[in-house]
Each structure stands twice: as C-alpha cells, then as structure tokens.
Design a protein around this ligand. Structure first.
Ligand code: ADP
Ligand code: MG
Length: 287
C-alpha cells in the first residue's frame, strides 16, 4: 500500500464524514465480510417513547420515580411520559440497575421492580396473564417492561423506538457488497426480530447481556469471519475493541468513539457501506 493512496482514501472518508483513526484501518475494512450492528441508537434513533401503560396512577408515580435514577433511554422515555401527565416524582431512597434486566428501587419503603421477564422470575413475581400482552407489544417491535411493587405485579409499560430512515438502504447496500449483516441486542428476541424485519436483517442475536456482546463478536470471528462491529453505547465498547474494525456512531457515547477504529458522523448508517466502498476502491487501486 502506498502512503499516498492511503492518504487519498482516508481523505475521501473524511470528506464524507467517515473518520478513520489511521490509514491501516482502510486495509482491514477492505477485508471485512460481516457487519454486526447494535440495535438501540445504532439501527434505531435511540429516542424511545411510551406507547402503552397499563396500571393505576400510583404505579405510574412509583414507576417514573424509580426510573429517574436510570440513564437508560427506556428510563428517559418513562420519565418524559410521567412528566407530560404532570405526575410529581417521589424521592428515591435506594436504586439499583440490573444490567440487561431492569432496575430495582426503594421509594418510601416500597420495593419497585421494572424490567423484563427474567427480572420478575429472579424475584419470584407472579405476572399472571401479562404474557399475552407482552407478546402483543413485542411482535409490534416495542420493548415492554413489567412493573412490580412489593413483589406484586402491577402493570406493563411499553416503549417504541423508530428505525433511522436510511437504515434499510444502508443494510441493503452492505448486503450487495457481499457482507453478512447481523443484529446484536440486549432486547428480547421478538422485539429484535420485528425491528430486524423492518430493516431487512435476517440474522439476530438477542437477549445478550452487556458484558456478553464482545464474546458474541469473538464467536463470529471464530467462524472465520472478519467482523466490523457498529455501536454507540458504553455497552458496545468492548465489542468495538475486539472486532476487526470497530465503527462508532458519532452521536453515541465518548467511550464507544474511543474504542472504535472509525467514527461515522451524525449517526448516518449509509456511511458504513460508503466506508466499505472507499476501502475497496483504495486497496484495489494499490494492488
Ligand atoms: P439494549 O441493547 O436494547 O440497550 P439493554 O441490555 O440495555 O438493551 O437492556 C435489556 C433489557 O433490560 C431491556 O430491553 C429492558 O427490558 C431491560 N432494562 C434495561 N434498562 C432498564 C430500565 N432502566 N428500566 C426497565 N427495564 C430496563
Ligand atoms: Mg445502542
């Protein structure tokens, strides 16, 4: 590889909003044959909104008060929903995030749990007939969370995030370039499949705990693939680092940008196939 053509390649990237941390990344981008994409904030806008809430006013008040302690986009959606309904949030005495499962909080000696099925199972909460309602939301691509107060099931809150407009085209272009495209998410299988379908992805790895994302990338590499990982979150950083090429979403966290080899400005997914095309053009010119 001549230094000049590499410089032209990275320059072409920069002009388009694709920031390669070093020229050597062009060659490794050229070699990729699989792209793994995080769901929330990468494929979707990462600005979820509450679409459904079943429960009484007291439950909503406890739910939103508890979520005030969380930085998760799901929590922001719930707090915004309660604020819009002019619900006054209460003091939280104790708060605990359970990665990949939900949250636990204490509010005026009430124990509040908000999260997925696994969280409720782990705390022996009987959710009665909620399962069918959960499924109905999930097939729609919504993330539904169960709420329990003092060990008793109290309702469901469902949240929807919208896909980025250009996601389907970006994924099609990647597939046309001959890359395998895979979605990786902590969300449940059904919601993940619904979102994947909207953007044209047929391979989904769901219900992955934050600390397991890097292991999943490693597994794909062990199948003999050269993996590009795309993500925005703190959770994604180890996976971005272990991938052959880590691609951070420019609108994402600083930690993700640090861990990645490439940053795409503004979170525009079309820049991913663009980066691949620039790498092909550059490396083919050299050889
Ligand atoms: P993602 O990859 O979608 O960001 P996470 O690993 O952060 O997924 O979360 C996985 C699941 O854990 C969520 O779909 C949700 O069910 C539950 N969860 C995470 N954070 C919260 C929260 N603050 N409140 C309620 N549930 C949560
Ligand atoms: Mg994300």
């Amino acid at each position: 590889a001549t230094p000049t053509s590499i410089m032209v390649g990275t320059g072409k990237g920069a002009e388009n909003g694709i920031l390669f941390k070093g020229g050597e990344h062009l060659e490794r981008t050229h070699a990729l044959n699989a792209i793994v994409l995080d769901k929330t904030g990468t494929i979707t806008k990462g600005k979820p909104e509450v679409t459904n809430f079943t429960g009484d006013d007291e439950t909503l008040q406890l739910l939103a008060s508890a979520e005030k302690g969380s930085e998760h986009p799901l929590a922001e959606a719930i707090v915004a929903y309660a604020t819009e309904k002019e619900i006054e949030l209460g003091e939280v005495d104790d708060f605990n995030a359970i990665p990949g499962h939900g949250i636990e909080a204490t509010i005026s000696s009430n124990n509040i749990l908000v999260g997925n099925r696994k969280l409720m199972q782990d705390h022996q909460v009987d959710v009665g007939s909620a399962e069918q309602e959960l499924i109905d939301y999930e097939v729609d691509g919504k993330t539904a969370m169960l709420i329990a107060v003092d060990g008793k099931y109290r309702g469901i809150v469902a949240v929807a995030d919208t896909i980025k407009e250009t996601a389907p085209q970006a994924i099609r272009e990647l597939q046309e370039e001959g890359l395998e495209v895979i979605m990786l998410t902590g969300d449940n299988e059904r919601t993940a499949q619904a979102i994947a379908k909207q953007v044209g992805i047929d391979q989904v790895i769901a219900q992955v705990l934050p600390e397991e994302k890097a292991d999943k990338v490693k597994e794909i590499q062990l199948q003999g693939k050269k993996v590009g990982m795309v993500g925005d979150g703190v959770n994604d950083a180890p996976a971005l680092a272990i991938a052959d090429i880590g691609i951070a979403i420019g609108t994402g966290t600083e930690v993700a940008i640090e861990a990645a080899d490439i940053t795409i400005l503004g979170g525009e997914l079309l820049l991913i196939p663009k980066a691949i095309k620039i790498s092909h053009a550059t490396i083919r010119n050299i050889r």
